[in-house]
Design a binder for this molecule. Structure first.
Ligand code: ATP
Ligand code: FE2
Length: 328
């Protein structure tokens, strides 16, 4: 059994987790940057990560009651993400691996979200709905890779909710704020529902919701309610088709938007109608964290993956379907 330390630093969060190769979580430490106003400023986020890396590392080691010397493998988020944030996480982690003469494994951020979801639920071979601020993809394991069956053609769902919130004067991140307001909404206001084949578009929906807000004719509660209902129905339509196409009987939501109760409820209804089972990554591990990177790294390590240091440079664009899944 080996100990793997994983580092997440794709955007706003510096997260460090420690797991063993049997799937036991020994530590999960993190610090998250919140912009003073507006959205993430990449430079500020990168500074935040460099200022907090060592504090979070110390906390993770203390939680696991281990020293760096006892770590058998270091894993890090190789991409996709913001260049500056990725570079700090990868450079410091690479240094630790070299100093302690241990292997270094680069993990696709989205695969981290998927694998922690599978570890913490009973999902074995699900269709995965990866919904966050930076990504929106419907994924399933097929032919040895996590294939993307459908995705956003423009902005991700979380970003759509965040931008709407910002425009109407709510706090960042907007997802939870929109969710709170939507609970008080009663009237559905028609908004653009855009599904093209297996792909989705959220910009029309966002622009339309913002325009309607400016007219002053609709309550923010009703607009938040309608925005959620429309966006989540679009996502569920594509997910259902991916399930029919792949003949899979499980669905798993991962990523920050998985924290949304209404979304999970809608997914549950769809799954029941198909005699399938819906799973949700536990709230604590829905948002970005180092544990998901540690666990994906542990799976890769166990399956014999060895990466040369020269092949572990960061990639601002990195898709789950670019990596062979050697571990399931
Ligand atoms: P990634 O790098 O994977 O794209 P991310 O940087 O967006 O991830 P996450 O923590 O996975 O980070 O997701 C954050 C997103 O989740 C934000 O857009 C936020 O508004 C959204 N979110 C968080 N809680 C909720 C909620 N309850 N309902 C809807 N959206 C939510
Ligand atoms: Fe993420």
């Amino acid at each position: 059994m080996a100990l793997v330390l994983g580092v997440e630093s794709t955007a706003h969060t510096i997260g460090i987790g420690i797991v063993n190769t049997e799937g036991k979580i020994l530590a999960d430490a993190r610090a998250t940057y919140f912009p003073k106003k507006g959205g993430i400023l990449p430079r500020e986020a990168a500074d935040f990560i460099s200022e907090n890396y060592s504090k979070v590392l110390k906390e993770a080691l203390a939680q696991a009651k281990v020293s760096l010397k006892e770590i058998d493998c270091f894993a890090f988020s190789q991409g996709p993400g913001l260049g500056g944030c990725l570079k700090i996480g990868s450079n410091v982690t690479r240094y630790l691996a070299i100093k302690h003469k241990k292997p270094l494994i680069g993990v696709v951020h989205g695969i981290g979200h998927i694998e922690i979801g599978k570890l913490l639920t009973e999902a074995k071979d699900p269709v995965i709905l990866y919904v966050s601020g930076g990504n929106t993809q419907v994924i399933a394991l097929s032919g040895g890779r996590y294939r993307v069956f459908g995705e956003t053609l423009d902005i991700p769902i979380g970003n759509c909710l965040d931008q709407f919130a910002l425009q109407v004067g709510l706090k960042h991140p907007g997802g939870p704020e929109v969710e709170k307001l939507a609970l008080k909404g009663k009237n559905y206001i028609e908004l653009p529902y855009i599904v093209k084949g297996m792909d989705l578009s959220f910009t029309g929906l966002l622009t339309s919701a913002m325009k309607l807000h400016k007219t002053g004719k609709y309550s923010l509660e009703d607009l938040a309610f309608s925005l959620q209902e429309t966006a989540y129905a679009m996502l569920i339509e594509v997910t259902e088709r991916a399930m029919a196409h792949t003949n899979k009987k499980e669905v798993l939501i991962v990523g920050g938007v998985a924290a949304n109760k209404r979304f999970c409820e809608m997914l549950e209804i769809m799954a029941k109608e198909r005699n399938a089972k819906a799973y949700y990554v536990p709230m604590k591990y829905a948002a970005d964290n180092g544990t998901m990177i540690a666990w994906a790294g542990a799976l890769m390590l166990k399956s014999g993956v060895k990466q040369e240091l020269s092949k572990t440079s960061v990639r601002q664009k990195f898709r789950p379907d670019e990596v062979d899944v050697t571990w399931t």
